[in-house]
Design a protein around this ligand. Sequence first.
Ligand SMILES: Nc1ncnc2c1ncn2[C@@H]1O[C@H](COP(=O)(O)OP(=O)(O)OP(=O)(O)O)[C@@H](O)[C@H]1O
Ligand SMILES: [Mg+2]
Length: 301
Amino acid sequence: VIAVVCLNPAIDVTFQVDRLRPGASHRVRHTIQRAGGKGINVARVLHQLGVPVVLTGLVGGRRGEAITAELSAVGVTPQLIEVAAETRRTVTVVDGPAGATVFNEPGPPIGTVEWSHFVAAFESVAAAADAVVLTGSLPPGVPPDAYAQLTGRAHACGVPVLLDAEGIPLRSALPARPDLVKPNEHEAAPFATGYATALDGLLEAGARNAIVSLGADGLLAAVDDRRYRVRLDEDVAGNPTGAGDALAAVLARGMIGTPEWELTLREAVAVAGAAVAVPHAGEYDADTADRLRPLVRVQEV
Ligand SMILES: Nc1ncnc2c1ncn2[C@@H]1O[C@H](COP(=O)(O)OP(=O)(O)OP(=O)(O)O)[C@@H](O)[C@H]1O
Ligand SMILES: [Mg+2]
């Protein structure tokens, strides 16, 4: 079983309007509401891949209850800790000309006692898992080195950790030596120095293995002392939001036992490309994945 951590889940609300104009009032054509957050996307894709998955994290209020119910309904086992404040929303307004305009709430304030309660619960979830995925933003009140703390606890149970984060939560976790980190190009950029690439910078700072995803250009990987450039011979049209989460799901599955990185990288890029073909995050199109698999080029560099 893979344990996925989602510390700052959300109810994602999407409004469809004809044309978004600031200052005007709009008729909403269509509303979609679903549980969101990077950890939830990763968990959904793992479930679609047939991997048993537990989702742990922090939820509060009615929105928290809705998230728990939705996860159970889709086959992801929720093991969420309840906090006093209400889970956040994200609001996306989609219109024809502008595409998606996104509003992200920061998340509920988390108390110190709530955080310790979570860490204790995480230890038992991690102890029962074959791999742990740490992904997404931190709600206010959670310590900035949260991912360092959780990586340490997972390692104490002998469980490998995949970390997909950015900024201080990513940087501060690297000395705890996560087994794999997967920032995108933009998130990895601060780790490049005058003489070292971002990939080298991530390894120097403590990551055991590192992958930098490059959107439609595929990825660069430094795994088991080898370097790979992996790309698709095709630019998939669709919604790239959540492609990185689909990539992370396949990578996490590949970390169980003795990793076979070339196979894992090929499959990850096929599934991530197939996630672009689905209009929402947290799902990939299985037929597209079948079609893309032979189009993935894995090159040792
Ligand atoms: N247009 C595309 N066509 C084919 N594959 C894509 C495309 N966009 C992304 N991918 C695949 O998805 C992977 C992850 O994409 P990207 O680097 O955009 O991740 P990300 O920014 O972390 O995304 P998110 O955090 O929204 O899930 C890439 O390495 C690539 O394999
Ligand atoms: Mg990402």
